[in-house]
Design a binder for this molecule. Structure first.
Ligand code: CAA
Length: 283
């Protein structure tokens, strides 16, 4: 199936990033948020990043304007009815996602592909909320979506070949690197990265180093582009703890469980960049 119109449900950090990548690649995008204010804020953030690209000579003003014109925001789910592909990027809660997919199945065309950007939930369990699970796939982008090349294209138990092929083709059109995989807890990257980041936080206390020192160690000794504490602040401590809990529930491996220090940070609202404070403070 040829995709021209993409719906993105949820315009938080991930959804807005996905919408940005899609309009830059020439797709028409309908982004849905629960309020007009949240939709406007996401559109403004996208506009800001595109303008920075103009200032840095990475694109022309005309290209930016054409991309911005391809983005429409809405609060109505019905506005996604004529999309060829819908990518869900709402809160990481199974019940909320399952309810959304039931709605999407009802209002979208029968041949539309329905994708979830979940990072740690089961795509199969989300798809099972619909009567047409064959058209449900995972398209897992990485944070920040406009900068990270990878998209895991996840085949759930009942995904059909056509929708998987459509998702792979869209990833290629987005100029991203697709890694197709099956629906297992954490897929590929998070299966490795989540326990690794949890180990990093345990080392903070065991080796008695500061977040700054641990970040310097991993950046300079292991070649990480950013240290683990900076990365956790970027991903969101809440998001990471939630993903750890989801993986621990499925795999029962102690390394998957979030260290108490991270759970305490989450409980205190120290989410990282988005809350203004995590391992570091943000102005
Ligand atoms: N759109 C466009 N541009 C953006 C942007 C966005 N959404 N966000 C930031 N930028 C811009 C910045 O504004 C900056 O431009 P300015 O000149 O305007 O400042 C530009 O991108 C480059 O920023 P940096 O100087 O910070 O770039 P960098 O070279 O240091 O690379 C990075 C940044 C790509 C994020 C790099 O540090 C990196 O690869 N970090 C690791 C990130 C990572 O591992 N992500 C995965 C997280 S795990 C995950 O996502 C899975 C999950 O399910 C939770």
């Amino acid at each position: 199936m040829t995709v021209q119109r993409i719906g993105v449900v949820g315009l938080g950090a991930m959804g807005a990033g996905i919408a940005q990548v899609a309009i830059e690649a020439g797709f028409d995008v309908v982004g849905r948020e629960v309020s007009g204010e949240l939709g406007d804020a996401a559109a403004a953030r996208i506009g800001h990043f595109l303008t920075r690209k103009v200032e840095k000579g990475q694109q022309t003003e005309e290209e930016r304007d054409a991309a911005v014109a391809r983005l429409e925001t809405t609060t109505e789910l019905d506005a996604l009815a004529d999309c060829d592909l819908v990518i869900e990027a709402i809160v990481e809660e199974l019940d909320a996602k399952r309810a959304l997919f039931t709605e999407l199945e009802r209002l979208c065309r029968a041949d539309a592909v329905l994708a979830t950007n979940t990072s740690a939930l089961s795509v199969t369990e989300i798809a099972a909320a619909t009567a047409s699970p064959e058209r449900v796939v995972g398209m897992h982008f990485f944070n920040p979506a406009p900068l990270m090349p990878l998209v895991e294209v996840v085949r759930a138990e009942l995904s059909a070949d056509g929708p998987v092929a459509t998702a792979l083709a869209v990833v290629e059109q987005l100029g991203k690197v697709a890694v197709p995989c099956h629906d297992t807890p954490g897929f590929v990257v998070n299966r490795v990265l989540i326990p690794l980041l949890n180990d990093c936080v345990r080392v903070l206390d065991e080796a008695r180093v500061s977040p700054e020192s641990l970040d310097a160690a991993m950046a300079n000794g292991a070649g990480w582009p950013m240290g683990p504490c900076t990365l956790l602040d970027l991903v969101g401590i809440d998001v990471h703890v939630h993903a750890s809990e989801a993986l621990y529930e499925k795999l029962r491996e102690p390394r998957m469980a979030a260290p108490p220090r991270l759970v305490a940070m989450r409980n205190a609202g120290l989410y990282g960049r988005k809350s203004g404070r995590g391992f570091y403070a943000y102005g």
